[in-house]
Design a protein around this ligand. Structure first.
Ligand code: COA
Length: 215
């Protein structure tokens, strides 16, 4: 397997139909969480440099696109899909990382957000520095929310006056980026565990040493 991740461009428009079909199958299987899109929409995203495609030779491996809302106040990384034959190999992580980098370059001041019920996507987002937020912090643009109409849970969203639904809203705010990247946080956790081990050892020593006198 030699999967390459590209910022999609004109020649990739040939994949628009397959991308839509893959999204539709996944939406049907999961029953939630992915906005249905027409090939024309995907073609437009590819043409204007707002999407990321993963290919293994000529095989479509995955895709994700960027949407701009409220005059660049918000940017959503949406429509993430990975070919079922390639799942569980870190492809979604790589696609999202590329889309994150692309969004940061093209729209450095925009808040990045997504809504999802998918555990892998939540994991990827939080590794990138996204934090969970209420729907009130996301774009209020009607067109964004109309993408939820193809979701079977749309009635829950409308019943709750768009305050919440089964999806979790997540946001990366470039003005308040996550204070520490994942590796640094992991190092700090390791340091903390080491500190706990040392403290426990010295505490036990203090208890056991006086007891030795009686043994
Ligand atoms: C969701 C989806 C994009 C994930 O793609 P993927 O390439 O398999 O994901 P990755 O291999 O990059 O995994 C990303 C993380 O999620 C974890 N993960 C993957 N599949 C998982 C699962 N079924 N349950 C729990 N965690 C999972 C991975 O371990 C990894 O975490 P780590 O970095 O801590 O190890 C893919 O399953 C898919 O296309 N599903 C259908 C469409 C969809 O749901 N899109 C999301 C709409 S919001």
């Amino acid at each position: 397997m030699s999967v390459k991740i590209h910022i999609a461009s004109d020649p990739h428009t040939a994949y628009a139909g397959d991308i839509c079909a893959m999204i539709e199958v996944a939406a049907r299987q999961r029953g939630t969480g992915i906005a249905k899109r027409k090939p024309e929409y995907i073609t437009m995203k590819i043409r204007n440099g707002n999407s990321v495609i993963a290919l293994d030779g000529e095989t479509l491996v995955g895709f994700c696109y960027i949407e701009i809302w409220e005059n660049k106040k918000y940017v959503a990384n949406s429509g993430l899909i990975v070919n079922p034959d390639y799942r569980g190999q870190g492809i979604a992580k790589k696609i999202k990382a590329k889309a994150f980098e692309l969004s940061g370059k093209k729209y450095p001041e925009s808040k990045l957000f997504g809504i999802t019920t998918s555990l892998p996507v939540m994991k990827i987002n939080s590794d990138l520095g996204y934090k969970p937020v209420t729907f009130s912090e996301l774009t209020q643009d009607e067109t964004f929310w109309s993408g939820c109409q193809s979701c079977p849970n749309y009635d829950i969203l409308t019943r709750n006056e768009r305050k919440n639904c089964l999806c979790t809203g997540m946001m990366f705010d470039p003005e308040h980026p996550n204070d520490k990247p994942k590796e640094e946080r992991a190092q700090n956790i390791q340091k903390f565990h080491r500190w706990v081990r040392l403290k426990t050892a010295s505490f036990l020593k203090k208890i056991i040493n006086p007891l030795k006198f009686f043994i």
